[in-house]
Design a protein. Structure first.
Length: 291
């Protein structure tokens, strides 16, 4: 599979039963929806609550994902703050028939330029697979170092960057630092702003709920033909009314596409007691799609 043929990657949620165990029946249906829409699959990212799931469960989730024999590529999240543990996860992934990995800026420690360079280079060196570096300062507490990115720009395993700062100016900095890396929006609403500046697509939360619809949205963003930018901004932003993936899970449960809106602590569906805004967003996106 050519990774560059997939402008949309869905950061897939991990559905759970009411007792907190993984709901594989619902998860399998979500994966098949992504396959049918032609979207790449990112499993075990932050949207998939990977850091709230034990490593043994993460291995089970990945095994189940790969058993589906999807006709679309699978990327796996790599995140944390302990380099030895993170390296162990990368080494395990090297034994699996996946297509790419997602490397997030180290969490909590807030390392500077040199620390981030050493972190990313160690993981890139260890990986067998192309890697997407992930800038998400709202979650990590520190932006991905532009200087470290520039030093890594020619690394053989640096394939792409996921930019989720919500800033056009930051997007431009990473674009200049690593001109050969493909840069994807990590924010659904920013996609139409990033694509004219060289963005190659989207790593999406909204595509969990609207797989085919978001695929068309991204294609239109890339072609410069999107006429409903504000509609998409408003509707996709409704999925961030509480910490992701709470709204997506609550809406998918309301729509009957997953059995439960259960999340792993410290996340809880109780943070979104009223999902009327998300229900309205779903109606608007489906009306848009039917046009």
């Amino acid at each position: 599979m050519n990774l560059n043929d997939y402008p949309l990657w869905t950061a897939v949620i991990t559905p759970m039963k009411e007792d907190g165990s993984v709901d594989y029946e619902s998860y399998g249906m979500l994966l098949k929806e992504q396959e049918a829409a032609g979207n790449g699959v990112l499993t075990l990212g932050s949207t998939g609550e990977a850091l709230n799931i034990d490593e043994s469960e993460r291995r089970e989730v990945l095994a189940y994902t790969l058993k589906q024999n999807l006709k679309v590529p699978v990327m796996v999240g790599v995140g944390g703050v302990n380099l030895r543990e993170t390296l162990e996860w990368v080494n395990f992934l090297n034994t699996q028939p996946i297509q790419a990995i997602l490397l997030v800026t180290p969490l909590y420690a807030k390392p500077g330029d040199e620390g981030q360079y050493e972190w990313f280079k160690t993981l890139l060196d260890a990986s067998k697979f192309p890697a997407m570096l992930y800038n998400v300062p709202s979650r990590t507490g520190k932006p991905m170092s532009v200087k470290a990115t520039a030093r890594l720009k020619d690394h053989k395993n640096l394939w792409a960057i996921k930019e989720a700062s919500g800033s056009v100016e930051e997007f431009k900095k990473y674009r200049e630092a690593a001109p050969n890396a493909r840069i994807y929006s990590g924010d659904d609403a920013m996609t139409p702003k990033f694509c004219p500046l060289g963005g190659k697509g989207l790593v999406s939360v909204a595509a969990n709920v609207w797989p085919a619809q978001t695929h068309v949205y991204v294609k239109q963003c890339l072609a410069g033909t999107l006429k409903d930018e504000q509609l998409w901004a408003d509707c996709s932003n409704s999925l961030f009314a509480a910490s992701n993936p709470i709204p997506a899970k609550v809406l998918l449960k309301h729509l009957g596409r997953i059995a439960s809106h259960t999340l792993r602590a410290p996340l809880t569906h109780k943070e979104l007691p009223d999902c009327s805004a998300q229900i309205e967003a779903d109606k608007k996106i489906n009306q848009w799609f039917k046009k």
